[in-house]
Ligand binder design. Structure first.
Ligand SMILES: [Fe+2]
Length: 259
């Protein structure tokens, strides 16, 4: 029985190996194609429009009726709108995170990231411009969820405690990782579509998000985690209160979006 099972298992492996080999062959010729594409659609919105006209309409009826863009171009634009909304919402949430923080270095990190985020909003507006599109956001449900979670974490920790700072760092790093995933994917897509300038802009923001994530880890590990570990229960600490008006992150965090 065991032998028969082994034999069977060997067959899919071979097939898989063949597939991988075939893929490798295909991949070898791919860069040439990508390079040709890049030349054809280099930067200018007019050239992007020319490309659009040349693309055969293979999309389902519903898509073809509203747009002559490829599905991938639509997906890319939707992703830009999503993160644009998320960044604008963050510019309203970050000052509240800073206010909720106890450690001066964490307050400073949030304040600094607000300045960085404003620059990122500007970069996304440049990407919209490169695409020949109006800069509009579409509600990012992930960011709404992450903000709600941060709000809950703040409400469940004591004001003025290092434990609250730990919660704030955790919440902020979840946001950073969402952004890293988003910008990483979008920069790769921009490169694939020959949008070199957009790729460069998205790549710059990607690096900033990674730097912020590293800074937060550094702040947590250098002092805050250890100090929080030494804190007792809420009753023992006897300082501050749980919750508070200033930590209502979701209040006014909504931003204007596409109609
Ligand atoms: Fe950001």
């Amino acid at each position: 029985m065991a032998k028969a099972t082994n034999k069977k298992a060997a067959v899919p492996k071979k097939a898989a190996a063949q597939k991988v080999a075939a893929k490798k062959v295909a991949a070898k010729s791919a860069p040439k194609k990508a390079a040709a594409k890049k030349v054809a659609v280099k930067s200018a919105p007019q050239k992007v429009a020319a490309k659009k006209a040349a693309v055969p309409k293979v999309a389902p009826k519903k898509v073809a009726a509203v747009s002559d863009e490829t599905m991938l171009q639509e997906l890319f634009l939707d992703s830009i709108k999503d993160i644009y909304w998320a960044e604008k919402s963050l510019t309203k949430v970050l000052p509240k995170l800073s206010k909720a923080a106890t450690s001066p270095e964490l307050q400073q990190a949030f304040t600094e990231h607000l300045r960085v985020t404003e620059g990122q909003v500007g970069r996304l507006e440049q990407v919209f411009e490169l695409l020949g599109k109006k800069a509009v956001g579409v509600k990012c449900e992930a960011m709404v969820g992450l903000t709600k979670e941060a709000e809950t974490m703040i409400q469940e920790t004591k004001k003025g405690s290092k434990t609250r700072d730990v919660a704030l760092i955790m919440a902020a790093q979840k946001v950073e990782h969402y952004e890293i995933a988003s910008y990483g994917s979008m920069a790769t897509l921009a490169a694939q579509m020959g949008l070199a300038e957009a790729k460069e802009l998205l790549g710059q923001t990607l690096q900033e998000e990674k730097d912020t994530d590293s800074l937060l880890t550094q702040i947590a590990e250098s002092s805050i985690n250890q100090q929080a570990e030494q804190e007792g229960s809420e009753e023992e600490e006897g300082q501050g209160e749980t919750g508070g008006d200033e930590e209502q992150l979701t209040k006014d965090a909504d931003v204007e979006e596409e109609e």
